[in-house]
Ligand binder design. Structure first.
Ligand code: CU
Length: 197
């Protein structure tokens, strides 16, 4: 009788501990699965992609495990940390000063690694006359990321609004007297859409 009682108490205790463990484990697993993982977006800016038979220009690409894909239509998840890397192989072009400040990234910073020296720095702006190659800008979402010339740059941001928006480079890096033609007009070159969903 005594032994049976001890066994019963032990079984109840084990049961409680066991269920507690299961519930605890299940809960923590659910939290881990449910929390959105950061989304990685890697963009490459080539300096001289062939625009036509005789002319070449700078172009944004999306880097994927399968290779380079068009940047004409980029899809990003809403309410998720986007870890953006931009590799800029192009040089600097003077740009309107208003686009030299980092806006809309987490704590409004970018992290810039120089291609040649390997030196890394965080920055809240870049010099608009000498340091900026291009920008990755979504005006409708108040996102402006100046991209250094010949750098590997990272930034994190969260988009909280769903919809389709226009991304564009605000550096006059195209053809024509004002630099606004060609790639600046070309979807998948210096502009495109970002669909947030
Ligand atoms: Cu550009």
């Amino acid at each position: 009788m005594k032994l049976a009682a001890i066994v019963l108490i032990a079984m109840i205790a084990l049961g409680i501990v066991g269920w507690g463990w299961v519930i605890g484990t299940t809960t923590s697993v659910n939290v881990a699965v449910g929390a959105p993982q950061p989304f990685k977006l890697t963009l490459l800016i080539t300096a001289d992609s062939p625009w036509n038979a005789t002319t070449s220009g700078p172009r944004y690409w999306v880097v994927t495990p399968q290779g380079l894909e068009s940047s004409a239509n980029i899809t990003l998840p809403v309410n998720t940390v986007i870890q953006l890397t931009i590799i800029d192989q192009d040089g600097a072009t003077p740009i309107p000063a208003q686009y030299s400040n980092v806006e809309g990234t987490i704590t409004n910073v970018i992290s810039v690694t120089n291609d040649t020296t390997g030196a890394m720095q965080t920055a809240t702006s870049l010099d608009n006359d000498t340091q900026i190659g291009h920008t990755f800008t979504i005006q409708q979402l108040n996102l402006n990321i100046p991209v250094g010339a010949h750098v590997n740059e990272t930034a994190e941001f969260i988009l909280t609004q769903t919809g389709t928006f226009t991304w564009r480079c605000e550096v006059p890096c195209g053809f024509g007297p004002a630099g606004l033609n060609g790639p600046m007009d070309g979807p998948g070159w210096m502009q495109g859409t970002v669909t947030v969903r």
